[in-house]
Design a protein around this ligand. Sequence first.
Ligand code: GRF
Length: 193
Amino acid sequence: KNIVILISGSGSNMAAIVQAAQQQDWHQAFGASISAVISNRPGAAGLEVAQSLGVATQVLDHRVFETRVAFDAALMQGIDRYQPALVVLAGFMRILTPGFVSHYAGRLINIHPSLLPAFTGLNTHQRAIDAGCAEAGCTVHQVTAELDHGPILAQAAVPVLPDDTADTLAARVLAQEHRLYPQAVRGWLQDQP
Ligand code: GRF
């Protein structure tokens, strides 16, 4: 079972998943391996991280495509070379077209840094602080056409502390993301026939 991970930035969630796959031997356990990491940003730091972990990388710069549909078509081609059982969005900062989402229906997941359904979209940590939330967290969910709205697979909560800034809260949530996302992917693999 091939898994393809899409990133745009530092790729720390991607690294957590690759390391879990290697350390827990997902190949032996589930016949699964991380086949490739694809970034839409040529400078994404996660590309080097993936290479250092021995995973093939591919860059598909969205800026060279005229339209979102054209970019998504090329991205689908890049992904489908691996015939993936699962496509994992890990800090992939592009909105995907309905055609892309339906092509991967049931095998496309994302992590979002809030306790969905609260705070879809961007700046989730500042918004949680501004709203006076006692708790924040992260959510792994299936991707559907509506942004940050698919069925929830797993969540982890952390406290919001009185002197939190968006950065300190983000760091506390990110530590949970690194635990939750590999666990959710593993759970998904376990549920496969
Ligand atoms: C994570 O907080 C993820 O939830 C968000 O973007 C961040 C990506 O971090 N959407 P990384 O690239 O996995 O380090």
